[in-house]
Design a protein around this ligand. Sequence first.
Ligand code: GAF
Length: 380
Amino acid sequence: MEISEKFTELYGYAPNLISAAPGRVNLIGEHIDYNGGDVLPFAIANSTYAALGARTDSKIRLASSLFPGEIIQADTHILTPLYGQMWSRYILGVFWAVGSARLPHGFDIYIDSTVPIGSGLSSSASVEASVAIALNGFFYWNMSLPDLARICQRAENDFVGMPCGIMDQSISLMAHEGSALLLDTRTLKSDQIPFDLKQHGLELLVIDTQVRHELVDGGYAERRDSCEKAAEALGATTLREISVAEFESRQSEFDTTTYLRAHHAVTEIARVSQAVQALRADNYDELGRLLNQSHTSLRDEFTVSCPELNCAVEVAQSHGALGARMIGGGYGGSAIALIHQEDRAAIETAISDAFAKNAFISPRFFVALPSAGARIIQRG
Ligand code: GAF
């Protein structure tokens, strides 16, 4: 059933507006968005859809196809952080971050999504972006995409309680079909980098390990904290300001854990600019090499990988992938492999076999195509 029909069935009237906002794959630049570096994500076709109907009072009613039977009730005037069920906070948080002064009335909302939750494909940010773009479109606020991204990040940081950076919200809002987004996470200035693997006989395979991660827990926050402490100890605002050579020359000033975490960050920041050069030169062997280095660094220095992600990456690498790495926050979720089109079937089989042999849950595969960012798909 279409989202519009589901909304009508639930609330007894047709929605005023429907929006869509995509999930993402981050090509490279992992755990860099809270270190002030550049990141290089692109949007995927899987998206979250939000149907909104205007109410005459200040109430919010909220339902989702992913949590059937639950209707969350709230009020735009009395929202406070952590209100509601976990899943509903990503939506209510956007209302809270927008502020009741900007909201003359409440809404009935129905959410549907094809972005798998906890898969490292940024389902949370796609929910936030779908609501932000819907409100912006409904009220004709004309807010800039960076401003909407900041609203979404504030919702997640302060209403949900997850200290994420700003990459996921930005790519969901700013993506262009056929391009990756080179995003400066300090200024939110961005550049669309053409990203068309097909014409080179290549594909970007996503391997969803089906190990569901939970980023609201401590691991993410601890790593962010280590990076921020390292920057502070070096007299910098963020690690972006520190070169790899300078950082390595000051190793003795850090305990091992802090050093390794921050070392991942400074080297990954350098890898992003090398990856952009490789892409611009159509040098996919070099891009693959950088993906491999990124994985090793995330696994051994930042320590956010897991056996399933390592298995997917190693099997892809040993079956002809130009490069492979885990993506997203880590501890589960998805990996990517840059592959020749003709190798896809063999790589998928080899990974599935290796997962079965290790008694891991069966992985899921899809080829990621750089897709469009958040938009209104229906009015009236
Ligand atoms: C998660 C966060 F939400 C992002 O902000 C980013 O830090 C990412 O992990 C790691 O690169 O998706």
